[in-house]
Design a protein around this ligand. Structure first.
Ligand SMILES: Cc1ncc(C[n+]2csc(CCOP(=O)(O)OP(=O)(O)O)c2C)c(N)n1
Ligand SMILES: [Mg+2]
Length: 348
């Protein structure tokens, strides 16, 4: 019997309205999920065409989770999304053409061609770019929450980590400090069942990772990460609780990583039946069915959204391909922050 609360699905349009979303918001989320998947599918093609340096990662299967959480965040909140969380960037307003520019190492990508394809974020949109080391962004997210507390700002920090990363010490340190100081932070564990080729039974011995939250003195919730509305509702509750001074929450979002760790990995070690089982719960398909049943989504609306997303992405790729590669002489610019860049008393 799990200690953490297991979240129920959202039953009706009425219930989701109570949680703060109207029909237009729901259609917007559906569109954002399509854009998220479309960016990664097209990125994969660009990779095969040899246009993307390095490796290439996707978050297929995680669209509901990333879009659900990001939709629940406030405009002034901050987050540290990882390599499976493209939906967070799209929801926060990073324009798709800039993501393609990032993929291709161009000057108009969020890191202006300075970092690997998914190591990106637009700080103006409240996002902090990930570093490779896992889960090194959790202490950073906790630091943001501590800063909000010290400055008495009503802002919340959201920190993402994978279930594999949860085995590392920095995850424990981050959660312990957040619990001790009751910081305004929400931890999102993208539990996609695999850490590269390692299955969950070799990663942790507790029933659910969210069970650990109680040991840190805060609430743990397990949610079906293929259900965008359940994810949204739980993230919204946790974020607003944190904003009101109620301390951290850990949300464990259950999905399956529907592709290999990256394009070089064909995931031969994942049982075929597992993919088949989770394919039946495809997040986009699930939300589409929910919208048809509960929000009267029509064929015309569906076609319109699909066509507009297709055009948006085609235009985005063209624009990104027009973006120049960075000028080599500018290589060291914008890589390190100088005291002048930092607006805190400690750095003056
Ligand atoms: C400290 C550290 N060790 C190893 C790696 C290489 N690595 C990158 S992602 C990854 C798997 C992480 O699994 P999980 O946390 O479950 O996230 P997922 O990739 O499944 O989303 C590994 C081993 C790393 N980035 N950092
Ligand atoms: Mg994983």
């Amino acid at each position: 019997m799990a200690i953490a609360r297991e979240a129920e699905p959202v039953s009706s349009l009425h219930e989701i309205r109570e949680a703060g979303l109207d029909r237009e918001d729901l259609l917007g989320m559906y569109r954002t999920m399509l854009i998220t998947r479309g960016i990664e599918e097209r990125g994969h093609i660009l990779y095969k065409q040899g246009k993307i340096p390095g490796s290439f990662y996707t978050g297929r299967g995680n669209e509901a989770s990333s879009v659900g959480v990001a939709t629940a965040m406030g405009g002034d909140d901050v987050g540290t999304p990882l390599h499976r969380d493209m939906g967070v960037h799209v929801t926060r307003g990073v324009e798709p053409w800039r993501i393609f520019a990032q993929y291709m190492g161009r000057a108009d990508g969020p890191t202006r061609g300075r970092d690997g394809n998914v190591h990106m974020a637009d700080s103006k949109l409240g996002l902090l770019a990930m570093v490779s080391h896992l889960p090194a962004m959790l202490p950073v997210a906790v630091g943001c929450a501590l800063a909000f507390r010290i400055r008495e700002e009503r802002r919340v920090s959201v920190g993402w980590f994978g279930e594999g990363a949860s085995a590392r010490g920095d995850c424990h340190e981050a959660m312990n400090l957040a619990g001790v100081r009751r910081l305004p932070i929400v931890f999102i564990c993208d539990n996609n069942q695999w850490a590269y080729s390692t299955p969950t039974h070799l990663e942790y011995a507790c029933e659910t990772l969210a069970d650990r939250a109680q040991a840190y003195g805060f609430e743990g919730v397990v949610v079906d990460g293929t259900d965008v509305l359940a994810v949204y509702r739980e993230a919204k509750r946790a974020i607003e609780k944190a904003r009101e001074g109620g301390g951290p929450t850990m949300i464990e979002s259950l999905t399956l990583r529907m592709e290999g760790h990256a394009v070089h990995d064909d995931a031969f070690y994942v049982p075929k039946e597992m993919f088949e089982e989770w394919a039946k719960r495809d997040p986009i398909e699930r939300f589409r069915s929910w919208l048809r049943e509960n929000a009267a989504l029509t064929d015309d609306e569906e076609d319109e959204v699909a066509a507009s997303v297709k055009k948006l992405l085609a235009d985005a790729i063209n624009r990104a391909e027009e973006s120049p590669l960075p000028d080599p002489s500018s290589l060291t610019e914008g890589v390190f922050a100088t005291p002048e860049d930092l607006d805190t008393p400690h750095h003056k």
